[in-house]
Design a protein around this ligand. Structure first.
Ligand code: NAD
Length: 317
């Protein structure tokens, strides 16, 4: 089986590829290695992946239709997993263009070429942020979505395009709404690693809303399990699934745990950002049922693994 994974040098792509052991699977990874965050971290991840015999890397931008078309033609792909994206809610205030080019145009290219080359399955990353602020939790997949920023809007657009491609052309796909994924080799623009990096580099950590927001933190191994499982599942139609632990935690509580395990940086307090939601909390009953995942990893265990990794590697990224 030939699998194309975009965003392969990213956090989730790296873990997924690292954990695909089957020698019967050839993995083709695509990434443009942009400098939104430390290219050194992306290259470190890539150097680990390049040790695998069944992995081949292509430096390519998914917003380039013609180059992507040539790759699809050459590789004879069975399954596509689209994880390439301009991530981050806050950065969408500073550079909205990247979200349009990669997340909207780039996603269209991947979707259209997957249809053109009759790919058996397209799995793509959406985001919990599509929900916006809600009155009732946990949110289920059929809840009305209401993006509050350009990042979330781009993900809503992906889901809608995928739906139209199913209705018009009968092309099936699975959109995964990931909720704040954390873990080893994670993103330095996200809460936990950013906090520990502030401590390490003696920089002030900017804390919005005094940490009084809630996030449904989801450990990377659970996300990897779900993705690996879905590669082999027979699923028809256009599916949208939450991927979350269903256990929201206050951000300030997470920081207290990190203070104890890693140390406390200096903190600069700022107001809540309008583009950010106060709470994410998803229902995970659908994804548990489909993938037969019994239990999501406990936060204590996930943070313990992350901090151990950070003590060894954070100075290298
Ligand atoms: N990590 C989370 O908590 C989270 C939550 C919700 C959704 N998501 C989504 O999951 C996916 C993976 O997230 P991640 O945390 O691994 O992010 P990441 O930023 O670590 O990985 C994305 C990768 O895509 C690459 N990329 C960006 N633009 C590209 C382009 N035009 N062409 C080719 N490659 C490009 C980047 O270089 C990066 O390596 C993204 O779509 C993200 O929006 C992640």
């Amino acid at each position: 089986m030939n699998i194309l994974i975009t965003g392969c040098a990213g956090f989730i792509g790296f873990h997924l590829i690292k954990n695909i052991d089957s020698k019967k699977i050839n993995i083709f990874g695509v990434d443009n290695l942009n400098n939104y965050y430390s290219p050194r971290l992306k290259n470190l991840r890539l150097s680990i992946l390049k040790k695998k015999n069944n992995f081949k890397f292509y430096k390519l931008d998914i917003s380039d239709y013609n180059k992507l078309d040539k790759l699809f033609l050459k590789l004879k792909i069975d399954v596509v997993i689209n994880l390439a994206a301009q991530a981050g809610v806050r950065y969408s205030l500073i550079n909205p263009k990247d979200y349009i080019e990669t997340n909207m145009l780039g996603f269209f290219n991947v979707l259209d070429l997957s249809k053109k080359y009759k790919i058996k399955k397209l799995i793509y990353a959406s985001s919990s942020s599509v929900y916006g602020d809600k009155k009732h939790y946990p949110v289920r997949e059929d809840e009305i979505i209401n993006p509050k920023n350009i990042y979330s809007l781009s993900k809503k657009n992906n889901e809608e395009l995928a739906e139209i491609y199913y209705e018009q052309y009968g092309f099936s796909s699975i959109g995964l709404r990931f909720f704040t994924v954390y873990g080893e080799w994670g993103r330095p623009d996200m809460l936990m690693i950013k906090y520990m990096l502030s401590k390490l580099t003696k920089k002030k950590f900017i804390l919005n809303n005094k940490g009084n927001h809630y996030r449904d933190f989801t450990y990377i191994d659970d996300v990897t399990f779900v993705l690996k499982n879905l590669i082999f599942k027979k699923i028809k139609g256009n599916k949208i699934l939450n991927v979350c632990s269903n256990k929201p935690i206050k951000v300030s509580k997470i920081l207290n745990i990190l203070n104890k395990l890693y140390g406390k940086p200096k903190i600069q307090y700022k107001n809540k950002l309008k583009i950010e939601v106060l709470k994410t909390h998803g229902s995970n009953s659908k994804i548990k049922k489909i993938t037969n995942l019994k239990k999501f990893t406990d936060l204590d265990k996930g943070i313990f693994n992350l901090v151990n990794w950070a003590k060894k590697y954070l100075h290298k990224i």
